[in-house]
Design a protein around this ligand. Structure first.
Ligand SMILES: [Zn+2]
Length: 63
C-alpha cells in the first residue's frame, strides 16, 4: 500500500507517544502510574488506528 507524507507523520507522532508511555510504564512497573501509562499507550494506539483509517479513506494518495 502506497502512503503519503501525512500518513507517515501521523504514524510517527503516535508511535513516539506510545513508545514514551510504554517506556514510562516499564520503568515504573507495578505502580499505579505504570498502569495508567500502559492504559494511555493502548488508547494512543487505538487513536492512531482510527486517525490513520480516517486519513486513508479521505486521502487520494493513500486510498
Ligand atoms: Zn495520505
Amino acid at each position: 500500500m502506497k502512503t503519503c507524507e501525512k500518513f507517515a507523520r501521523i504514524q510517527a507522532q503516535y508511535t513516539r507517544e506510545t513508545t514514551y508511555l510504554l517506556n514510562h510504564a516499564t520503568s515504573r512497573r507495578g505502580t499505579r502510574a505504570a498502569n495508567l501509562s500502559a492504559g494511555l499507550a493502548r488508547a494512543s494506539r487505538n487513536s492512531m488506528a482510527k486517525s490513520l483509517s480516517t486519513h486513508v479513506s479521505n486521502c487520494l494518495i493513500c486510498g
